[in-house]
Design a protein around this ligand. Structure first.
Ligand SMILES: [Zn+2]
Length: 195
């Protein structure tokens, strides 16, 4: 095993160990998370940038927030998608559809279709989760302080429907220095048609 491989292995092992701890804590705290997120949702209008599926910016639009009950969301989502987006669960690293996706295209919210990220800002973070250094438009995602599980993190949600997407960290690449660490299960990829 050369040094680089060993380092990669140690990093992966550390990531998996940290994830295992996180999942254990999450499972234990699942009942504490049972509070319905939609109950605190503000249904007031929000401004979002809209994009066509080929990534062309259409413009800023004012839309009413999408608010649904858990049972309504369950009808629209798989159980894994529901657990991540509506209950702030985390998918296992290296298992999602998009951590290793390098195709050009647009990533929309799995819940409401809001445009969230472009392949133009995607980078390989080595974490096993799809990672971006910026959202497609600052209006389209919201961040809030997340103190759950004894950690201090910035949660990232969809501005239009409050779906939990993942977290943002300040150890990303230039030009922003940010790492939006997302769950594939919260995203739907729209491949850019080849011209
Ligand atoms: Zn959404």
């Amino acid at each position: 095993m050369n040094d680089l491989t060993r380092r990669g292995f140690i990093f992966s092992a550390a990531t998996l160990a940290a994830y295992g701890l996180l999942v254990g804590v999450q499972r234990a705290c699942r009942s504490a998370l049972a509070s319905d997120k939609s109950s605190k949702a503000n249904s007031g209008p929000v401004q979002i940038e809209t994009f066509s599926d080929d990534g062309t910016r259409i413009g800023l639009q004012t839309e009413n927030k999408i608010v649904k009950s858990d049972s309504e969301w369950r009808k629209l989502l798989s159980s894994d998608e529901f657990d991540v987006t509506r209950k702030a669960d985390t998918e296992r690293p290296y298992t999602g559809a998009y951590f290793n996706n390098h195709d050009p295209g647009l990533y929309r919210c799995i819940c409401c279709g809001n445009a969230l990220f472009s392949s133009d800002t995607k980078f390989d973070s080595g974490t096993g989760w799809p990672s971006f250094w910026a959202p497609i438009a600052k209006e389209n995602v919201s961040t809030s302080l997340d103190l759950s599980f004894g950690m201090r993190r910035d949660e990232v949600t969809c501005t239009l429907c409050d779906a939990h997407l993942g977290h943002v960290f300040d150890d990303g690449p230039k030009p922003t220095g940010l790492r939006y660490c997302m769950n594939s299960l919260a995203l739907r990829f729209m491949p850019r048609a080849k011209s």
